[in-house]
Every structure is written in C-alpha cells, then in structure tokens.
Design a protein around this ligand. Structure first.
Ligand code: NAD
Length: 295
C-alpha cells in the first residue's frame, strides 16, 4: 500500500484565500484591516524563521502586520509593557509572543497579560476553557485546529473513529484531545492520549484509525506501530544534522515517513503538512478577532 499524501500546503492555500477575501470584505464594509502583532524576544534562529513567515503571510493577506523585536536580555517588565501597548492599540487585533522566550521571562505571566480577545494563539486560560467546553466565541489553538481542519478538508472522517495522539503538551496534545472529543463536525472521535509515561506505546498506536504524532522525537513512529490503512498525521518538526544539506540540517517529522507511507492509508508530509495549516489557522484567528473587536 502507498499512502495518500494529505497536502497541508494546498489546503492552507485555500484557507488563506478565504481569509484574504474575509479581510477585503472587512475593509470594504467597515474600513478596517485585521492587525496581527508578532513579538520576538531574543535570537532563537527557529523562532526568527517562524516570526518572519507569520509576518510575511499577514502582509500577503492584506493584514496590518507588526513585528516587535526585543533583545535577548529584555526584562519581564519591558515585555509586559510592550504587550500592554499592543493590547491598547486599536489597529492590532491579534497578538502572539513567539515561544520559547529567554529564561528570565515567565511565559505564564506573558500569556495572562495578553487581552483574551486578542489571544490568537489560544494560550490564555480563558480561551483554553472556552475550547474545552466547545464554545466557539473564543479561539482554537492554531496547530491542533490545523490538524482537525486538514483532516476535515481531506475527507477523513474522525467521527466514531479511534484517534491516538502521542504527546500531551498544552499547545498540541491536550488541545487536540479537547477538539477531537467535542460533539461537533470534524470531531466526535474516541481519543487516547499517550505520552512519555505510557507503557506499551506501540500497542496503543496500532489500535489507531488516526494516529497523530506530536512528540518532538525525529522519525520515532515506525511502520510496525501503524495499523495498515490508518491515517497518520505528523505534527513534529525536528532539525537533524545533515552535512549534505545547504545549512547543515534538514527538517524531519516524528514519523519515519517512507516506511510508514508504505502501510498507512493517508499521511501528512514534513514539511508541507501541518506546518502551513498552523499559519493558516493563525491568520483565520486574527481575522475573527478583528471581526469581533470591530462589531
Ligand atoms: P513538547 O516537548 O512540549 O511535548 C512533547 C510531548 O511528547 C510530551 O507530552 C511528552 O510526554 C511526549 N513524548 C516525548 N517523548 C515521548 C516518547 N518517547 N513516548 C511517548 N511520548 C513522548 O512538544 P510540543 O510543543 O507539543 O511539540 C511537539 C512536536 O511538534 C515538536 O517537534 C514541535 O516542533 C512540533 N510542533 C509543530 C508545530 C507545527 O506547526 N507543525 C507546532 C507546534 C509544535
């Protein structure tokens, strides 16, 4: 069997086109442009790539795009003051602070400082709570929501299916559970969440109709862990050393792609799977934030 490739890049482009139309409509009807502010503290190279990608995409979609760059020695007070300014800025509807911040920054305080109405990452406990109870007035977190929408738009039904998620982080694994278990379209799944303390991980994985790997371990999921015909979603983005590559590394997921593609029914690639969906859902959240804040 050779798995169908779930093309996240193509689905994300469709969503981005819809978002651009939504932004143009807001401009026409209310004279407002969605505004997204991305805050980068320090010099983490991967974070810089993510921030630049988000800034570029926002501009492409016709958004007002703001990048705030702060030095790696930036104090907590300075960062909170920048967030307060963005909270008060009527041209900014969505705010995100790129993770991870330098060690002197208390990430929890940062999350709490962002106005929940502008919390397009859906990290604020207020929005996390809304997501858990299935309230659509808040936001959904971009990566897990991207996974759900990618499955939906690729025609992969999860209702009544057994979904196994590997990873229980607050930004991927736990919200995936919350989204997939809802009584809602694109959900209604039976969900098992596995993590670093789960014995017999492979056994759980083999029972999955849909297996979602979000663990941050390069090519960990092997063919023998996958039920033939299952759908495999690879959230992982890992840099592995590759002397043959231009910058000395290449990106791989948490799934050993070639061997798993030989047994799975459908699979997401890395790159070009969940990554572009994450950015697309971020832009969608910023559009929704703008709509709500200018009603
Ligand atoms: P994390 O380190 O916060 O969490 C990893 C989780 O995996 C933990 O809950 C841990 O219990 C589990 N885990 C680790 N090793 C395990 C093992 N051997 N067996 C079972 N479980 C194990 O990571 P995260 O922030 O959730 O990110 C996970 C991966 O997804 C990373 O590669 C990250 O780069 C990637 N990611 C991608 C996107 C995207 O847009 N595609 C967004 C966010 C994260």
């Amino acid at each position: 069997m050779t798995a169908r490739i779930l093309d996240g890049k193509a689905v994300a482009e469709t969503i981005n086109r819809e978002t651009a139309v939504g932004a143009a409509t807001l401009m026409r009807e209310r004279g407002v442009r969605p505004g997204l502010a991305v805050v980068l503290v320090g010099e983490n190279p991967a974070s810089r790539v993510y921030v630049n990608t988000k800034e570029k995409k926002a501009a492409e979609l016709g958004f007002h795009s703001v990048k705030v760059e702060l030095p790696k020695e930036c104090t907590q007070d300075r960062l909170l003051a920048e967030i307060a300014k963005l909270n008060a800025d009527p041209l900014v509807h969505g705010i995100l602070v790129q993770s991870p911040p330098p060690p002197q920054i208390d990430e929890r305080a940062v999350v709490l400082a962002i106005d929940p109405r502008k919390d397009v990452d859906c990290f604020h406990p207020f929005n996390v709570g809304k997501m858990l109870i299935g309230d659509r007035d808040g936001f959904f977190p971009c990566t897990p929501w991207g996974v759900v929408v990618l499955l939906q738009r690729s025609g992969i039904e999860v209702a009544g299916k057994h979904v196994v998620v590997i990873g229980r982080s607050n930004i991927v694994g736990k919200p995936l559970l919350a989204l997939l278990v809802q009584k809602a379209a694109g959900a209604d799944a039976t969900v098992t969440v596995c993590h670093s303390r789960t014995p017999d991980l492979a056994e759980h994985c083999r029972r999955a109709d849909v297996l979602i790997a979000a663990m941050g371990r390069p090519e960990f999921v092997k063919a023998e862990m996958v039920k033939p015909g299952a759908t495999v979603v690879d959230v992982g983005i890992n840099r592995v050393t590759d002397p043959a590559a231009k910058n000395g590394y290449r990106l791989v997921g948490d799934v050993a792609f070639a061997e798993v593609a030989a047994v799975a029914g459908a699979i997401t690639p890395v790159p070009g799977g969940v990554g572009p969906m994450t950015i697309a859902m971020l832009m969608r959240n910023a559009l929704d934030a703008c709509r709500r804040l200018t009603e």
